[in-house]
Design a binder for this molecule. Structure first.
Ligand code: NCD
Length: 326
């Protein structure tokens, strides 16, 4: 099985991953012996990590996950420069060849749709670690797992996405995953007009929701990122401006990379304090000015825990996908 987009995740598969990830997290924090016991699980399996775009969390946590499960990792952290892609080899040929050297591959791709090309070429399961502004399904798993940790029996959840929603693959994947659940009541997308969802994206979300009654709102003005909106938010999901994608999308304005996510779309301590006490602040990271370090001490800040959850989710995924294919 390939994991290219959230649509590839059945509810049953999702449940298995969350159960396992929860168990591994428990083991990690409670018993060295139980944790060490995981080491034989993927003995003799090889993970290939083939990254055409920069990565910290996705690559490190996949590689750590494989190491803790007793498998091996080979690959390139900069395949665009250090593989024969640089000599003009196609992505198809790259994946065709490397898939003969391992058991599972995680790739990160420059352009939307390239994960699909890789999967068509590959002899082994391909995990999409992000393809352009397309999807990032394993991040959506981490995000949803983090939400459920804080809201174990979610009801009437209200999620506010703030930032460059339009070019963010993590927002795409998470929103597409969330609309499948009836417990999600409201999704609000707040961001500068040239970086926010439009009617087309919300129509697509309604189409995917299978008839559940979600309320989806889009706001473009910075003054709508206010205390009132925060008071009606259980999960605040921030993202940085995806400046590298603005440059590569024809017809899109080139934005200043030093600029935060729009002139006024950054979280202040006052806005963070307007969230309900049990709300959480998520961010896939890396962050820029939209999420200042002063927020880190806010009890609702959950983004480092969210990043660390990546290890457990990816251990569970590797196990499920490696063993599932045998
Ligand atoms: C994100 C990505 O690469 O899409 N990072 C991640 O994997 N956690 C977010 C981003 O780059 O802004």
């Amino acid at each position: 099985m390939h994991l290219l987009k959230v649509d590839d995740l059945s509810h049953e598969f999702l449940g298995n991953i969350f159960d396992k990830a929860g168990e591994y997290k428990y083991r990690r924090h409670h018993s060295r012996a139980l944790w060490n016991e995981l080491h034989g699980r993927l003995h003799n399996q090889v993970l290939i990590s083939d990254f055409f775009e920069p990565s910290t969390r996705t690559r490190f946590s996949f590689e750590a996950a494989m190491a803790y499960m007793g498998g091996e990792v080979i690959g390139s952290e900069n395949a665009a420069e250090f593989s024969s892609y640089k000599k003009g080899e196609s992505l198809y040929d790259n994946f065709r060849v490397i898939s003969g050297y391992g058991d599972i591959v995680v790739g990160r791709f420059l352009r939307e749709g390239e994960a699909e090309i890789a999967a068509n070429a590959s002899l082994i399961p391909v995990i999409n670690g992000g393809d352009g502004k397309g999807e990032h399904p394993t991040q959506a798993l981490i995000d949803l797992f983090s939400v459920i940790e804080k809201f174990p029996n979610p009801q009437n959840l209200r999620i506010t996405f703030v930032g460059d929603n339009l070019h963010s693959r993590t927002v795409n994947s998470l929103a597409r995953l969330l609309v499948r659940f009836p417990c999600v009541r409201e999704m609000t997308f707040l961001g500068p007009e040239d970086q926010n969802f439009t009617q087309a994206e919300t129509d697509d979300l309604y189409d995917r929701s299978g008839g559940y009654n979600h309320n989806i709102h889009i706001w473009h003005r910075a003054r709508e990122f206010n205390a009132k909106q925060m008071a009606q938010t259980d999960v605040l999901y921030m993202t940085r401006s995806q400046v590298e994608r603005h440059r590569t999308i024809p017809g899109t304005t080139v934005l200043d990379p030093t600029r935060p996510t729009g002139p006024d779309f950054y979280l202040t301590p006052e806005l963070a304090d307007s969230l309900p006490d049990n709300a959480i602040i998520l961010h896939p990271l890396p962050r820029n000015a939209e999420l200042p370090a002063t927020i880190d001490s806010n009890p609702r800040a959950y983004y480092f825990e969210q990043a660390w959850n990546g290890l457990f989710i990816r251990m569970a995924l590797l196990e499920e996908l490696c063993i599932g294919k045998n």
